[in-house]
Design a binder for this molecule. Structure first.
Ligand SMILES: [Fe+2]
Length: 279
């Protein structure tokens, strides 16, 4: 009992410290250009903003695409899973300058700092291929990420993504805010699943499918999303999808142990990718 009280007090103190840090940092937030303020405003109201590499117009985009496409072409075909579940292929590209330069472009960092409200940490980037599956598991289930109180992930499609490629899909923030009963029903279902996520069938009973927002788009589509606040998943697909996933939180994040996967050896790195394919 004493331990529960101590834990509750410590969590309350951490929340107060967090609120205080946000208030203190408010006057230090960087100025945004009008076009970037639009992205920020949409993140705040919708939890998601869809744009494109072309619209962003960042100087380092051509280098990023050149390297990503070359590495994508050298990824190994996946091994068949005994469970019938085809897992995504994930490579950690964080150390390569073509990726980190794009990820830390001042305009991107400024948008994210304004959204998170605190100094930002860029944790890393995964090059990822997702494959056809018949049943929902892993990130195909509806879920929320847990690394921090606010997280920004930037997804960049490297191939055209139509319905059959399994686009990113989400429920708009306005339908799941804390002032809405849906928020508590969703949190209950997440808790019941051990925070692993739940199926389309379960969500359809809380928020009808007609209100879910799918994000198909051509190669070069860029999706900014707060994956902590927004309920999201990858749609079941019948054809593979290739994308980059960039990850940002406040510095330091609430759960740093969940952020190491974006730079450590959890997933293969490019040197191993090259060695494997050249042997
Ligand atoms: Fe996620």
């Amino acid at each position: 009992m004493l331990n529960i009280v101590k834990k509750t007090i410590s969590e309350l103190k951490a929340e107060l410290d967090y609120r205080r840090a946000i208030a203190n940092h408010a006057k230090s937030l960087p100025e945004l250009e009008q076009r970037d303020r639009r992205i920020l405003n949409q993140l705040k109201t919708e939890g998601v903003c869809v744009t494109s590499l072309e619209n962003l117009g960042l100087n380092s985009t051509s280098n990023l695409l050149k390297v990503a496409k070359s590495q994508l072409s050298r990824m190994e075909p996946p091994k068949n899973s005994h469970t019938g579940q085809r897992l995504p292929q994930i490579y950690t590209m964080t150390e390569l300058p073509e990726y980190s330069t794009w990820a830390t472009e001042t305009r991107l960092m400024n948008i994210i700092e304004n959204y998170i409200g605190l100094p930002v940490a860029f944790h890393g980037v995964h090059l990822r291929k997702d494959f056809p599956n018949e049943n929902q598991f892993g990130t195909l289930l509806w879920h929320k990420d847990a690394e921090d109180r606010r997280i920004i992930k930037i997804f960049v499609y490297l191939s055209d993504v139509e319905e059959h490629h399994g686009p990113f899909e989400y429920v708009p923030l306005s339908l799941t805010s804390r002032y809405n009963l849906n928020y508590y029903r969703i949190q209950y279902e997440l808790w019941r699943s051990g925070y692993l996520g739940f199926t389309d069938e379960t969500l359809n009973k809380i928020v009808p499918k007609s209100a879910w927002k799918s994000c198909p788009g051509p190669a070069g589509t860029v999706i900014f999303v707060d994956t902590k606040c927004v309920l999201h998943h990858g749609t079941l697909r019948t054809e593979e999808r290739s994308a980059l996933f960039f990850v940002y939180t406040a510095n330091p994040p609430k759960r740093p142990e969940l952020c190491t996967q974006y730079w450590d050896d959890t997933f293969a790195k490019p040197d191993r990718l090259i060695q494997t394919t050249s042997s």
